[in-house]
Every structure is written in structure tokens, then in C-alpha cells.
Design a protein around this ligand. Structure first.
Ligand code: DU
Length: 217
């Protein structure tokens, strides 16, 4: 198994009938502001540097974000925050991410999610999380240079703790050393719910990536 094969397996995955139906249904329905787009409408592969020392783990693609563009975090509010922060700390060549052929490159960073399909209401079912977790396990194995894992949101943090068999307490900026020596850092998810309500400030957000960069060097 290598990353390219894994990526192909993800794209062609049909393990969750509900998500297969939902992602393609959204792709044919679209929303008005993206009515001219050809939606991706399938599982969204991970994105980034195969030599990454930092792995970023989100929840799942957004229906009109990653599910539209075909690239993780690309084309939605969370992605705007993510790539702006990565650029600010010198881990991406651009601060915006619009489409999967916009020339964005991240350096030393690999971006994945617990679930690769956009789920209804952004809420995957427990069985869907379970089905998708093997892809994350594979990535953790294949990306053997990773030193720091940033979990975006409680679900990603809890699933990573489960994979590693450790107990962690989720709060913004908390961290756990994993049995293989990697450091797991928890961050609030940059969804509008957290960023527009002031739950997480821009400085608190960027701090996570500065810290990740420092500790992965
Ligand atoms: O074709 P490829 O070199 O496997 O790159 C695929 C994809 O990954 C490309 O859109 C850029 C991105 N990428 C990156 O962001 N950082 C890297 O170090 C290597 C690839």
C-alpha cells in the first residue's frame, strides 16, 4: 500500500450507502451560488506532502465545500481559516484554496479527515466513522515522518485517542504524547459555529499551527 493507492481506494469507496447516496444527491442538486460547478460528489481524498511531519485531521468534507471541489477543506469557511493560517505560519504557498487545481501547495503538512464523505448535517453515524477509520490508520502508518498530529474538533481528537488507545482531555491547545512518540494537539474546529461566535479567535487558531511547526521541526 502507498499513499496514491490509498487515495484511489478512498475515492472509489462505497462502504457507507447513506453517504454514497447523499454526496451524489448534493452533487446533482447543488446550491444556486455554485450552480455552474461540476461537483465532485464522491469521497474526498486527503491532500498534501507525502513527507509531512505535521498531519491535520478534520471531521469530514462539507457538502458544498470538499464535496464540490474534490479537495479537503477547499471551498468552504473552515478551509478559508485553515489555509490562511497555514500560509501565515509558512506552511502553504497561498492563503486561499478555491479549487483542486488552483496551485495550492502545503509544505510538510498532510490534510485528512476522520470521514472522507460529506455527511448529512455534518454528522456522520458511528458506523460510518468506524468504516472510514481504517483509511486514517493506514495514513498514520504510511506517513512515517509525522511528528505532530493536529485534531480539528472533538470527534477527530477522540477518534485519534481511540486509535492510539490513550485517554486525552479535549480543549483548545491541549496535547497528549502518543505511544509512538508523536504529539497529538487538540484544536477547536474552524467551523463558522466556532469562529463567528468568538469561541475561537484568530490568534488562538494560528497559535496551534505555530506550535505544530515548532514541535515538528
Ligand atoms: O501530483 P502530486 O505531486 O502527487 O501532488 C498532488 C497534489 O498534492 C498537488 O495538488 C499538490 C499537493 N502537494 C502539496 O501540497 N505538497 C507537497 O509537498 C506535495 C504535493
Amino acid at each position: 500500500m502507498n499513499l496514491r493507492l490509498l487515495s484511489e481506494r478512498v475515492i472509489n469507496c462505497k462502504l457507507c450507502p447513506r453517504l454514497v447516496a447523499y454526496t451524489s444527491e448534493v452533487a446533482s442538486r447543488k446550491v444556486r451560488r455554485f450552480s455552474h460547478w461540476e461537483y465532485w460528489g464522491r469521497p474526498v481524498p486527503s491532500f498534501g506532502d507525502p513527507e509531512a511531519t505535521i498531519m491535520i485531521v478534520g471531521l469530514a468534507p462539507a457538502a458544498h465545500g470538499g464535496n464540490r471541489t474534490g479537495r479537503m477543506f477547499t471551498g468552504d469557511h473552515s478551509g478559508e481559516w485553515l489555509f490562511k493560517a497555514l500560509h501565515e505560519v509558512g506552511l502553504a504557498n497561498k492563503s486561499t484554496s478555491i479549487s483542486r487545481d488552483d496551485g495550492l501547495q502545503v509544505k510538510g503538512v498532510y490534510i485528512t479527515a476522520v470521514v472522507h464523505c460529506a455527511p448529512p448535517d455534518n454528522k456522520p453515524l458511528p458506523q460510518e466513522v468506524e468504516n472510514c477509520l481504517n483509511y486514517l490508520r493506514e495514513e498514520l502508518h504510511l506517513l512515517n515522518r509525522v511528528k505532530v498530529i493536529v485534531a480539528l474538533g472533538r470527534l477527530a481528537f477522540d477518534q485519534l485517542c481511540k486509535i492510539y488507545g490513550v485517554k486525552g482531555r479535549f480543549s483548545h491547545g491541549s496535547s497528549v504524547t502518543l505511544p509512538d512518540g508523536r504529539l497529538l494537539i487538540a484544536s477547536y474546529h474552524p467551523s463558522a459555529r466556532n469562529t463567528n461566535t468568538g469561541k475561537m479567535s484568530w490568534d488562538q487558531w494560528v497559535w496551534v499551527f505555530r506550535r505544530a511547526k515548532e514541535l515538528s521541526g
